[in-house]
Design a protein around this ligand. Structure first.
Ligand code: SAH
Length: 219
């Protein structure tokens, strides 16, 4: 067994993961090598209880219970890459879900605050993350649609649920030089990137995506 791997992360899982990330590297040649290494180092199947290795290592979103999904690996790669992490950044993730994306961010050296509105998901995700990347991720239970003002500012903010329109409050929680990445839209959604100091209208669109909706408790 490779050093540092959990008992549940055996050679079969490792081989399946290598195959998936090799495919991603071919399909997404502009994604930073560090992002691909992070994807190689996080056992996605441990975030998908009940899923087979084949399901965990195909390039699809999957149900994780409570009507929610773990994102497609291609989309995780693109979103993570768009955050341009160098290590040491304070990152807010809205929508912890399984905890997989948060673990990938932590592997890139980010100090992550992740917020999830469904308590059971948050609790389970926190336990998985604590085993893999202890100390690097704080999981909060609550509505993160308007960010996490008490922990702001953040160098990076990532939404992993789709906002109908980008909440301006999120841009206001970015530190100087900060980057916000979010899926936006309803029936048709696009992944967008915004820079601190710009308005919600000045985003750059990356690709069409399909995310579960961001639920606003005040809506
Ligand atoms: N990043 C996750 C996938 C998230 S799916 C992963 O790696 O597995 C989107 C998640 O956003 C769901 O778990 C959903 O419950 C959560 N969510 C939706 N609206 C939210 C809100 N306003 N605040 C916090 N979490 C929210």
């Amino acid at each position: 067994m490779p050093s540092g791997a959990e008992p549940a992360d055996g050679p079969e899982a490792l081989a399946a993961r290598e195959r998936l990330v090799d495919e991603l590297a071919r399909a997404l040649p502009r994604v930073a090598p560090a992002v691909l290494s992070a994807l190689r180092s996080v056992p996605r199947h441990l975030f998908m209880p009940g899923a087979s290795l084949a399901e965990a290592y195909d390039d699809h979103a999957h149900a994780i219970g409570h009507g929610q999904t773990i994102s497609q690996p291609t989309v995780v790669a693109l979103m993570t890459d768009a955050l341009e992490l160098r290590g040491g950044e304070r990152v807010l993730e809205v929508g912890t879900g399984s905890g997989y994306q948060a673990a990938v961010l932590a592997r890139l050296g980010a100090r992550v605050h992740s917020i999830e509105r469904i308590e059971t998901l948050a609790r389970e995700a926190a336990a998985r993350i604590a085993r893999l990347v202890p100390g690097d991720v704080v999981v909060h239970v609550g509505d993160g649609a308007t960010g996490l003002p008490r922990e702001a500012p953040f160098d990076r903010i990532l939404l992993t649920a789709a906002a109908r329109r980008l909440p301006e409050e999120l841009l206001e929680q970015l530190a100087p030089g900060g980057i916000l990445v979010a899926p936006v839209g309803d029936e048709e959604q696009w992944l967008g990137v915004w820079r601190e100091g710009r308005s919600a209208r000045e985003g750059r669109w990356i690709c069409p995506v399909r995310f579960v909706p961001l639920i606003r408790s005040d809506a």
